[in-house]
Design a binder for this molecule. Structure first.
Ligand SMILES: [Zn+2]
Ligand SMILES: [Zn+2]
Length: 290
């Protein structure tokens, strides 16, 4: 079974445990590596997005930044903490981030500068938001839209995922069929978008996670068995993520997910820490200007 997670969140962002507490649990599980990947979400109008008032109420608004400086300020002490922890433990710790990708040259420039300062080890690409007519919709906002608008937003969602893959920025892409969280995108009419996206991911050499956090809502991870089959056919590398927001969630449902992946044709999982495989791991090796 996979003995690491690269998709985790900690206190100071929207996680419930400290880096140290996560390490203790990882050690208990016999893991050799853990990556911290807190949210890096920067958009000039993010604080006007409909979801922001709920984030304020829930106390997790700190993960949303309207400028890159703001996000960098938040990450610097977190990464310094990791530097310190690296001296104290034998588990290898990686500095990551879960990045909301926005396809604009302003975003790309700002993000490139942030990378130069923070120097993360790897990047996870995400699309928690769909930008449409100047408004940022999260999955719940998409759910609340009219049926016509909803369809437009979903198409746009898949376009974003493809743009993220094409950017070459990301080590892997997170929870591809995220919209099923609100019951969207599961009908047969979305197979074509899914297929197109997997083909783009294959073409640009990105990887895909199977994210076990959806087990809270259903009996499958992100992505669905139907997308697992597409990943298997196209030979896109796949790894498992717990998306742990608490230490107790580390490694949860890994076995079920691995079994399900096998049942759907994914024979081997991508393991960047296997010595014999020199897999490209560091960020930006495929990076291209938008
Ligand atoms: Zn996410
Ligand atoms: Zn996450």
């Amino acid at each position: 079974m996979q003995k690491f997670s690269l998709h985790t969140h900690t206190i100071g962002f929207d996680g419930r445990n400290t880096e140290k507490e996560m390490l203790v649990k990882a050690k208990e599980l016999g893991w050799t590596h853990i990556g911290f990947s807190n949210h890096f979400i920067v958009h000039p109008t993010i604080k006007n997005a409909p979801m922001y008032k709920y984030a304020l109420k829930g106390g997790y608004h700190g993960i949303y930044s309207s400028t890159f400086d703001e996000a960098v300020e938040r990450f610097l002490p977190h990464y310094q903490k990791i530097d310190k922890l690296r001296q104290e433990t034998d588990i290898k710790i990686l500095k990551g981030m879960e990045v909301d990708f926005f396809a604009s040259s302003e975003w790309y420039d700002g993000f490139s500068k942030a990378l130069e300062i923070l120097k993360p080890d790897y990047l996870i690409g995400s699309a928690h938001f769909v930008e449409h007519n100047g408004i940022l919709y999260n999955s719940h906002d998409v759910k609340a839209a009219s049926p016509i608008e909803q369809r437009q937003l979903l198409h746009r969602y898949w376009q974003n995922e493809r743009a993220a893959a094409q950017s070459g920025l990301f080590t892997f892409l997170a929870h591809l069929d995220l919209m099923k969280k609100v019951g969207l995108g599961q009908g047969d009419e979305w197979i074509e978008e899914e297929q197109k996206t997997i083909e783009t991911i294959q073409k640009y050499g990105a990887k895909v996670e199977l994210n076990t956090s959806y087990f809270k809502f259903g009996n499958e991870p992100y992505v669905s068995p139907r997308m697992m089959k597409m990943l298997a056919i196209t030979d896109v590398p796949v790894l498992i993520s717990d998306d742990a927001h608490a230490a107790a969630q580390l490694g949860k449902y890994f076995q079920q997910t691995e079994d399900m992946a096998k049942d759907n044709g994914i024979i081997t999982l991508w393991n960047p820490f296997k010595k014999q495989i020199k897999q490209p791991f560091l960020i930006a090796q495929n990076r291209r200007i938008l």
